[in-house]
Design a protein around this ligand. Structure first.
Ligand SMILES: Cc1cc2nc3c(=O)[nH]c(=O)nc-3n(C[C@H](O)[C@H](O)[C@H](O)COP(=O)(O)OP(=O)(O)OC[C@H]3O[C@@H](n4cnc5c(N)ncnc54)[C@H](O)[C@@H]3O)c2cc1C
Length: 253
């Protein structure tokens, strides 16, 4: 098998490597550059992000038309490996979890209006996001068929009842991608919703401590007891999602 990288991908990989070596790893040596959760201080991060963006090393996993680097999965693998040589790396290049996953989902299945509202601000580095799937026992963990959070349609609104935990970045996220049960079909009964942290009924119960450095926003326990989602559904799970988008039948959000 030939593992040689395409020269264009290898060029980006080398530039990411140089950036990490020259600018991020030296920052790690000074405790003053860390926040209270052992990650890079926000103002230091902001300065590094500006430099990465100016040099075209920004949101490499997103299409160029959206302001990203247009990398394939192979390119992402090569560049993410380089970024992760520094704990400050992924956030600097706007490729950190959970934002990278949220961006990729919305890019793939969101409608144009959903992408404009929920995706663009994340790509532009103006807001952070969180992915809310896992629930306390006996709710869903690695088996999504166990998810207990429900979403019910009432008129032109969706009402979400649920309790999640270990949600990375929850204390710093504005845009939440939440998985809820919308029917009792164990395989097709889930729907992904976007909601804003300021939406009525959305609360962060606590920040759950973990061992070692934390992502920005930590790992939170959000509750959405009566979270109205006036803008509706972001995308339906799996096959239904792409069908909805192509047919234009997904409600706009
Ligand atoms: C640092 C950290 C960050 C996290 N960030 C996020 C986040 O951003 N968003 C989010 O939604 N979650 C997040 N999580 C939660 C994480 O995704 C879950 O912990 C993980 O999915 C496993 O679920 P669980 O811990 O409930 O284990 P369980 O689901 O209880 O699984 C325990 C074991 O049982 C097995 N098992 C489970 N169900 C079945 C079944 N039906 N049949 C057979 N075997 C089964 C599993 O394979 C596993 O070995 C985070 C967790 C941590 C620790």
């Amino acid at each position: 098998m030939d593992f040689t990288l395409d020269p264009a991908i290898d060029d980006v990989r080398r530039r990411v490597r140089r950036f990490v070596d020259d600018r991020l790893i030296p920052l790690e040596a000074d405790r003053a550059n860390y926040d209270e959760h052992e990650n890079v201080r926000e103002d230091v991060l902001s300065a590094m992000r500006s430099q990465a963006r100016a040099e075209g090393l920004w949101a490499l996993q997103m299409p160029k038309a959206r302001g990203g680097g247009g990398l394939s999965f192979v390119g992402m693998a090569a560049c993410y490996e380089e970024m992760n040589r520094s704990i400050f790396g992924p956030a600097t290049f706007n490729s950190a979890a959970p934002d990278d996953g949220t961006m990729m989902v919305l890019e793939r299945v969101g409608t144009d209006a959903q992408q404009e509202r929920w995706l663009r601000p994340i790509v532009d580095g103006k807001v952070r996001s969180a992915f809310a799937m896992t629930e306390p026992h006996p709710g869903g963990g690695s088996d999504p068929a166990m998810i207990r959070t429900t979403a019910e349609r009432r008129g032109d609104k969706w009402v979400v009842h649920g309790h999640k935990w270990f949600i990375t970045g929850a204390a710093a996220a504005s845009h939440f991608l939440l998985i809820a049960r919308t029917s009792d079909d164990a395989r097709k009964g889930h729907t992904a919703f976007m909601y804003h942290r300021d939406q009525p009924g959305s609360r962060l119960l606590r920040r759950i401590p973990i061992m070692g450095p934390e992502e920005h926003g930590g790992h939170g326990e959000p509750s959405s007891r009566v979270s109205r989602s006036p803008t509706g559904i972001a995308c339906s799970a799996s096959a239904t999602a792409s069908r909805s988008r192509r047919s234009g039948s997904a409600p706009h959000g």
